[in-house]
Design a protein around this ligand. Structure first.
Ligand code: HEM
Length: 180
């Protein structure tokens, strides 16, 4: 089974490697780093398909669907992304604002069709933190169009700050009294 979604490192590939994999393989490659995994993709695929990694006496082997997903990521990178690992892009964001519980910003992406969203990475009592992510298409042109993504907030009591990470780093947005 397949669809048009191109697997991306952050969402689909990185979560397939667990802490055990990362620690045991750190002598040779870094499962936290898309460039390292990309560099060793042929050896990784050979071990995955051969059923020898992850080891059978640990949590291996992977189900065939996970191997097929990794293969699809490799093929997309080689065929459509100029031999680079398909990853999400952190665009340049600006004009961050909270309006009636909605988080808003302008994001520089290649076209209005480029999917862009706030990806939750921390949901603390005081701080909610997001990565601003875009799915740039293969061979994306220059980022010149501005779009307006938003997400609904579900504040916890005492919730004071939103942090958004984008291409320019971290942005802190104070939560207005009415929402907190
Ligand atoms: C998805 C998970 C994993 C992948 C894709 C993977 C992949 C690989 C690859 C490609 C090699 C050959 C490295 C080379 O070219 O020098 C290798 C070697 C090795 N791996 Fe892993 N590994 C995984 C998980 C693990 C885990 C969980 C362990 C131990 C608990 C482990 C232990 C080893 C050891 C000891 C070697 C060296 C001996 C050998 O080549 O068989 N690996 N692995």
């Amino acid at each position: 089974m397949s669809n048009a979604v191109i697997p991306r490192w952050e969402i689909h590939i990185k979560p397939m490697f667990n802490l055990m994999d990362r620690i045991h393989m750190s002598y040779r490659m870094d499962f936290e780093d898309p460039d390292s995994v990309w560099q060793f993709r042929a050896a990784i695929l050979a071990r995955l398909k051969g059923g020898t990694m992850p080891p059978e006496n640990e949590h291996g082997p992977w189900p065939e669907e996970m191997i097929a997903l990794f293969q699809r990521w490799v093929t997309a990178g080689e065929d459509q992304f100029g031999n680079k690992p398909p990853c999400l892009t952190m665009p340049v964001g600006s004009n961050y604002a909270l309006d009636s519980g909605l988080l808003e910003c302008d994001a520089q992406v290649p076209s209005q069709q480029t999917k862009t969203w706030f990806h939750l990475i921390r949901y603390g009592d005081d701080v909610h933190e997001f990565n601003l992510y875009s799915e740039f298409p293969p061979n994306a042109g220059p980022a010149e169009t501005t779009v307006f993504p938003f997400t609904k907030m579900y504040p916890t009591p005492g919730f004071k700050t939103i942090i958004v990470n984008d291409a320019n780093g971290a942005h802190r947005i104070d939560v207005p009294q009415a929402i907190a």
